[in-house]
Design a protein around this ligand. Structure first.
Ligand code: PMP
Length: 389
């Protein structure tokens, strides 16, 4: 048989050596060893009993991690952005208004996503190194009567953490749903979905949960569920929570096929959540707070400048630092990577070229790592100064 005519020859794929750095930026984070192991577990499908056990384990532990009794809790097949798009497109119809409390890159992203869905976007802006007070938000809720308010809990582009207490009640007063991004805060910072009256929340797996990117937790309150069930608009098929709820057996009676879930990611997320359930949330929050407190103490003692002036606004998972003018961010980052095997990031969006973003989260959130990162930063300052003399 003559060989078929090909327009391209197969490329040569060569395996290379790669030393994994310590990921101490705003994410992704290194994996828990148990998660690394979980990634190689066998393929499961809806025809295996274990598949449903894994689905149920994930849902039960997500209810714990979000601190919600809601049934509409599941994981989406995609990275954090899928949570943003799912929450917005399921809850806000084209032509309705979404009010965005904007202080960083993720609020800008939410605005782009909403606009693409034909949603009317309004934004309240504050300086990017600050957080909102209820008094700043209430007049806009009163004036615009939006369908929903979008706010980011932990903002990885600015290193701020938003206090959410009271916001749910405020939104209810004006009949608005409260949508919250917890991509870089869940597991590392206290979050209480039911108590704070959050209507929709999403997160991702590669930050404080220390898993691989690609599977994103999401939860909806009963108010949000009522809106989804009575809505007159269709959300995109892949993001349709009505259908996903059936796939994830949210009501205990459906094992519907919507799309193929990724078994390695299901195993991995289950394993991340198991770590958190064994440790418990209060202990994980305390571990993150203690590690970051040590990092901040050491950086402050050395004279590093924090981008976020108020300590209470600083996010426990990601710290933003302003370097002196003579230390270019890319060089500082490369020096830390090359000399200490520690990867920190520069700013993103509005903070690009203005900050260094240092993340101590998930499996890396230990006093030992905080100490190592602080020492590496201090020695980078000293080393760069010496080499420029
Ligand atoms: N929100 C926040 C707060 C984030 O930090 C990120 C990612 N850095 C996202 C949303 C988007 O998530 P992903 O890159 O996983 O799509």
């Amino acid at each position: 048989m003559s060989s078929p005519k090909m327009i391209l020859e197969p490329p040569m794929i060569v395996d290379r050596q790669f030393k994994t750095p310590l990921f101490c930026g705003p994410g992704p984070c290194n994996l828990w060893p148990s998660v690394q192991e979980a990634l190689s577990r066998p393929v499961i499908t809806p025809l295996c009993d274990e598949y449903f056990n894994v689905v149920d384990d994930i849902r039960k532990s997500l209810q714990y991690v979000f601190q919600t009794r809601s049934n509409l809790v599941l994981a989406l097949s995609g990275s954090g952005h899928i949570g943003m798009e799912t929450v917005i497109s399921n809850l806000v119809a084209p032509g309705e208004t979404l009010l965005i409390a904007a202080r960083g890159l993720w609020d800008e992203r939410a605005s782009i996503v909403a606009t693409r869905h034909g949603i009317k976007v309004e934004a309240i802006k504050i300086p990017m190194n600050a957080t909102f007070s209820l008094e700043q938000i209430e007049p806009e809720l009163r004036r615009l009567r939006p369908t929903a308010l979008f706010i980011t809990h932990g903002d990885s582009s600015t290193g701020t953490v938003q206090n959410l207490e009271g916001l749910g009640d405020l939104c209810r007063k004006y009949d608005a749903l409260l949508l919250v991004d917890t991509v870089v805060s869940l597991g590392g910072v206290p979050f209480y979905m039911d108590e704070w009256k959050v209507d929709a929340v999403y997160s991702s797996s590669q930050k404080a949960l220390s898993g691989p990117a690609g599977i994103s937790p999401v939860a909806f309150s009963t108010r949000a569920e009522a809106k989804i069930n009575s809505r007159t608009h269709e959300s995109p098929f892949y993001f349709d929570v009505k259908l996903l709820a059936q796939q994830w057996n949210c009501y205990g009676n459906t094992r519907f096929y919507h799309h193929t879930l990724s078994p390695p990611l299901m195993w991995a997320l289950r394993s991340c959540l198991k770590e958190l359930c064994i440790e418990t949330l209060p202990k994980s929050w305390a571990r993150h707070a203690a590690a970051t407190a040590l990092l901040h103490k050491k950086l402050k003692e050395f004279g590093f400048e924090f981008f976020v002036p108020k300590p209470e606004d600083r996010l426990p998972t990601v710290t933003t630092i302003v370097l002196p003018k003579e230390y270019p961010y890319p060089k500082f980052i490369a020096y830390m990577r090359d000399n200490f095997g520690i990867l920190v990031f520069g700013g993103l969006g509005l903070t690009a070229g203005k900050t260094l973003r240092v993340g101590i989260m998930g499996v890396n959130s230990t006093l030992k790592t905080a100490e190592a990162v602080a020492n590496a930063m201090i020695n980078t300052m000293k080393g760069m100064k010496k080499s420029s003399l």
